[in-house]
Every structure is written in structure tokens, then in C-alpha cells.
Unconditional design. Structure first.
Length: 464
């Protein structure tokens, strides 16, 4: 009857807990309910409404000069405002009214509102949003008093088979609770964020659940529900949540200074294939293989070299580069971590300093305006800090990176994307945002462009 004691302890406020995980031993044990956990947690799970105003022409033909002349360009040409809305969920993690949700729920929103389970509604400020993590942190405006919260659990303590509850607002039908188990840990090939290390669950998660809570049997947060695998758009029992240890780092960064600073390694890594594993003389593919090390980086100072195989961080084994990135990211900035690695078939260890990436060149952020292909683009100078923040995958370590592109702008029409690096314009090398702004202001009739995208150079020509 160990499970009855354990669950009763949880449902009565945690007065007693089972010493170890067990399975139900009797029919009576199966009659216990999750409702006490839900009653305690659900007030801290909220709905998040994001809205954005976009302008849209009455007719797409108005962009064509012939149709503009034929139909007239006065009233027919007037843009029409349309409000785009998205719905998601969120979790209150601080009693002052701090809410964690997914980045994709509030991305590009002009207004964000949060509705509590007791029907109160608040406008919210965005304290921090990070596309790499697919996480955002909000603060309720005009909030007074204290709010119910969901406390963090140690997501590293999760085991496959643990019971979990998913709470959110699927399809906008209202707060919904589903139950299931942890189906897998450390899922890394999902594509939902740059830092991939997800908790997989079979608790039903559907559109609208994004940003909602995945909680354990103590009612503590083990993850933020983020994505599902589905061919129909509905749940088929394969859902993914960002582990609470990562969520905690992002929320703490938002409350500290509103900026996410992750430890900078300064090295490139690749997946170990069976062929590489055989060549290294290891029994199975595992770890993160060092491909390059930046001069002056923490990795170089720790003594890492190309060809080293990092297989654990602070004694916890890593299976691939995503696992390595996750382990380092959740350590935060400050202090050191111990890395175990293999070089030449022999084990070694070293200490890696956890420091933030430096801004060796001031970013000098500029929004390009005027009559050029770059109008509508926001650009920054490359530096280790910008490279880390933007998850830049190219090899360049200086130059001008396109940080964002406004909708319906000249830059958008040309095809520029965030993450592109401007290499040359009309044969002149582009080294700073100031230099690019000066080139863009000259009003040339033709622009010969060289852009780096994903490590590949793209040459194009714009204008007459």
C-alpha cells in the first residue's frame, strides 16, 4: 500500500511522501484522485492573449501599377487594418505577477493580455522574450497583492514513467487538465527551439496548450508545454515540454536585468555518428565532438582542441551537442563546470569558466530607412555576444548582421532574413552598421549584394 500513502501525502499537502516510486498495489490505490493537485496548481495557470495590428490592402492587385491606373488609386488603395490574434497559456512563477509562456505565443505582439482562472484580466508587459529558448516572461500591469504560483521542480530528477499533469487552454475551450506519464527525456531532434532538450509526455497537449504547465505529483513545475507531434493538428500522445531547469534560468534573467545571458563556450561541436565513434575507438555514439575553438574563448582557455570528445558536464553524461548546450545553459553565468573529454583515446578533464559572451565590438543597432533594399531592416555589428544571442551558424566573426526585418518593407520584399550577414554592397566590404547606413543613404539605382546565409555566400542584384 506504499502508493496510497505517497499519494495521500501529496493530496493532503505533502505531510507524508513515499520514499521511492511505486506502482498501484490495489484497486483502492487506483481510486485516488488528482483533484487536490489541480485545485492547488490551476489558479496559477493562465490564458495569454496576444494581438497585433497589420495593414492589408483591399486588393492585392493594388500593388501592380497597371491595376492601380485602371481601377484608380484613391479609395481602393487605402490599406485596411486587421488584428491578428493568438491564444496560448502561461504559468505564474512569482507572486508579484510574473508569468512564463512560449515565445511563439507572443512573438511580434502589439498587446498582450493575461486572464486568470478566476476571470480577472490584466494587460502585461514583456520583460524578456527569447526565440532560441521559445520562452517569454511577462509581468502583469497594475497587479496588486500576491498571486498563486507554481513552484519549480528539479527537472533533472524526472524519470521515464513518472506521472505528470498538463494544464492549459487547448483550442480556447477553457482551462483543461490531462494526465499522463513522462514518455522520454532529453529529446533533441524536435526543431521547436535552438536549445533542444525536451521532456516528452503522453498527457494530451493541443493547440492553445503552448506555455501551459506540466507538473509532477507534488504539484511542482517540471516543464512548459511547447510542441506536439501531430499529422492532424490534434494530440496523438506525443507532446514536448521545456524542462523547468531551463525555465528557471530564463525567468531569473528576466527579473534580474531583462536580458538572457548564457555561458559562452566559444567552440563548435558536431554529432558523433557510428562511423566517427568507431574511428574514436568508443563503444557507441555519444558526446559532443569539438570541431573548432575560437581564439581567446573559455574553451581555448580550458585547453579544448578540435577532435576532443566531450562526454560529460559536471559528471552528467551528454549524448550530443544539444545535450551539452543544455547542460551549460542551465548552469547560468558565473563559476565553472567540470568537463570530461576524450583525446587520443585517453580520458581527460578540465574546468570551463562560465562567462557571458563579450561584446568586443559595440553592436550599434540601427534601423535602416530611406530608399534602399535595406529599408526596414534592423542591423547590428557582429561580436561573440551577438553571435550567441542570434544563434548565428556562420563562420564570420565580424561584420553586419540583420537582426530583424519589418513586414511589407523593402528589405522583406528583397528577401532578407534575420540572421543574414551583409558582406558586400556594390563591391565595397561592409564592416559596420554605420557603414551600411551610409551606403543605404546614397540612393543608388542598382545594388550588387553579397550576403552570407547559413555559412553560404549568396550573390544577387537589385534595381535597374
Amino acid at each position: 500500500m506504499a502508493i496510497a500513502i505517497g499519494l495521500a501525502g501529496v493530496f493532503l499537502g505533502g505531510a507524508a511522501q513515499a520514499a521511492e516510486r511505486t506502482v498501484p498495489q490495489s484497486e483502492a490505490a487506483l481510486r485516488y484522485s488528482f483533484s487536490p493537485i489541480v485545485k492547488r496548481v490551476s489558479p496559477a495557470v493562465v490564458n495569454v492573449y496576444a494581438s497585433r495590428v497589420v495593414q492589408q490592402r483591399v486588393s492585392p492587385f493594388m500593388d501592380d501599377p497597371f491595376f492601380r491606373r485602371f481601377f484608380g488609386g484613391d479609395m481602393n488603395d487605402a490599406p485596411r487594418k486587421r488584428v491578428q490574434q493568438s491564444l496560448g497559456s502561461g504559468v505564474i512563477v512569482d507572486a508579484s505577477g510574473v508569468v512564463v509562456t512560449n515565445y511563439h505565443v507572443i512573438a511580434n505582439a502589439d498587446e498582450v493580455k493575461v486572464a486568470l482562472s478566476d476571470k480577472r484580466e490584466y494587460e502585461a508587459d514583456v520583460l524578456l522574450k527569447d526565440e532560441r529558448m521559445d520562452l517569454a516572461v511577462l509581468r502583469l500591469k497594475g497587479a496588486d497583492g500576491t498571486f498563486p504560483v507554481v513552484n519549480y521542480a528539479d527537472s533533472d530528477a524526472l524519470e521515464v514513467g513518472d506521472l505528470v499533469l498538463a494544464i492549459g487552454d487547448p483550442f480556447g475551450v477553457g482551462q483543461t487538465v490531462t494526465s499522463g506519464i513522462v514518455s522520454a527525456l532529453a529529446r533533441t531532434q524536435i526543431g521547436a527551439s535552438d536549445y533542444q532538450f525536451f521532456v516528452q509526455t503522453d498527457a494530451a497537449i493541443n493547440p492553445g496548450n503552448s506555455g501551459g504547465a506540466l507538473v509532477d505529483m507534488d504539484g511542482n513545475l517540471v516543464g512548459i508545454n511547447t510542441a506536439i507531434y501531430s499529422r492532424s493538428g490534434g494530440s496523438i500522445g506525443i507532446g514536448f515540454a521545456i524542462p523547468s531547469n531551463m525555465v528557471r534560468v530564463v525567468a531569473q534573467s528576466a527579473l534580474k536585468d531583462g536580458r538572457l545571458r548564457l555561458a559562452w563556450v566559444g567552440a563548435g561541436f558536431q554529432q558523433v555518428t557510428p562511423e566517427i565513434a568507431e574511428g574514436l575507438g568508443i563503444g557507441r555514439p555519444r558526446g559532443a565532438l569539438v570541431t573548432d575553438v575560437e581564439e581567446g574563448s573559455p574553451a581555448e582557455k580550458a585547453g579544448l582542441k578540435s577532435g576532443d570528445l566531450v562526454d560529460s558536464v559536471d559528471g552528467i553524461e551528454v549524448d550530443d551537442p544539444n545535450g551539452f548546450n543544455y547542460r551549460v545553459a542551465t548552469k547560468g553565468v558565473g563559476g565553472t563546470v567540470k568537463l570530461d573529454y576524450i583525446r587520443g583515446g585517453k580520458p581527460h578533464s578540465t574546468e570551463l569558466a562560465l562567462v557571458a559572451a563579450p561584446e568586443t565590438t559595440p553592436r550599434d543597432e540601427r534601423a535602416i530607412t530611406g530608399e534602399s533594399p535595406f529599408a526596414g531592416a534592423t542591423v547590428v555589428n557582429l561580436s561573440p555576444a551577438v553571435i550567441e544571442e542570434q544563434a548565428y551558424q556562420g563562420k564570420r566573426r565580424n561584420g553586419v548582421l540583420i537582426q530583424s526585418v519589418a513586414d511589407n518593407s523593402a528589405a522583406s520584399g528583397v528577401g532578407f532574413r534575420p540572421g543574414d550577414v551583409v558582406v558586400e554592397v556594390n563591391g565595397a566590404k561592409v564592416e559596420t552598421t554605420k557603414g551600411l547606413a551610409e551606403i543605404a543613404s546614397q540612393g543608388a539605382s542598382r545594388y550588387r549584394l553579397v550576403i552570407e546565409r547559413g555559412g553560404r555566400l549568396i550573390r544577387s542584384q537589385v534595381g535597374r
